[in-house]
Design a protein around this ligand. Sequence first.
Ligand SMILES: [Zn+2]
Length: 414
Amino acid sequence: MRDVELYRHLLGMEPPWTVTRVELGLKEQRIDVWVGHGEGLRWPCPECGVELALYDHSEEREWRHLDSCQFKTYLHARPPRVQCPGHGVRQVRLPWAEVRARFTTLFERLAIDVLKETDGLGATRILRISWDEAWHLMERAVQRGQLAKEKRGCARIGVDEKAVAKGHHYLTLVCDLDRATVEYIAAERKQESLDGYFRSLCPEQLQGIEAVAMDMWEPYIQSTLARVPNAPDKITFDRYHIMSHMGKAVDDVRKREQRELRAAGDPTLSGSKYLWLYAQENLPEKHRERFAALKALNLKTGRAWAIKESLRDLWSYTRLGWAKRHWQSWYFWATHSRLQPVIETARMIKRHLANVMTYFTHRITNAVSEGLNSKIQTIKKMAYGFRNREHFKTAIYFHCGGLQLYPATHGIPG
Ligand SMILES: [Zn+2]
């Protein structure tokens, strides 16, 4: 079999396309395959499908294809153009690549699989592509997925902010809590950040929102109140965010106490910051002994921690009445603790209590949010080198958007 025949079969080229030439570059470890077509054919306009005679050819272009063994393989062709009465001079669709792609469809499909399973750097090594090319592939995949995605409403959404790199730049994320996907990303964490999402929905979709989980963050609250029908019954300040506020209060108590102790030459609390932030059941084994000893001391931090852990129980009640009773005794305890950060946080939660208790209607658990959060943390580390909000967004949509990322193949067998 001649090498052109071999490659015609390998590439699955169908008439009118054939392989005209194959070159093996041993030194460069690459194979170049030229593709051409017969004479006297008619080509469909890419816009309207009207069949037309050949007008001319564009400049020769090159597409990276799947490797042949360890050899990088490139396809070359001069794309035919037609002159459509309705659309002017246009390049016809090519069966092996999407418009403006630098890679063949099959290479893109492989690249998407690799990019999904590795960090960006790993993908560039495995695929032997540059950073820029990796981002180009991801951006195209996300764009493709978003175009193909049908506009849909979500019954239960979570709204969250994410810090971008180390600066004070934020993104606002809207997640579909039933499908565990990130549906929408906007710049900043302002009222209009979230407004943009609600504006993209039709009245039925807005009506269809049953619950909105979020932090006690005024711009998000205002946006939801202004745009979602019956929002006061639907907003739920979730456990994840409330417990983060309590964690912060415990940490503030610790900082003050540690300062006082250190001034008196007592290092008891040094290096204990993270021990107090764990939920009791998540404390790693290796820290248990020290933590038990710390708790046994009569520390302010220890008291703050116990109050924080007791608040966590609020969400374990199955009935609203019991939860309310728990809340009342907890609130009394917290506000009589003489620990200022704890008192302030307790009061803040109380001001928002009605929409903490909506949990007992909607029962939004944190599993989905926490899963997405940890995934996004990983993505952030990956995209960190860029300090680039657009790249961060692209990567979140790529990994968490639940999008159909693959280009369609046009009859080329894998
Ligand atoms: Zn046309």
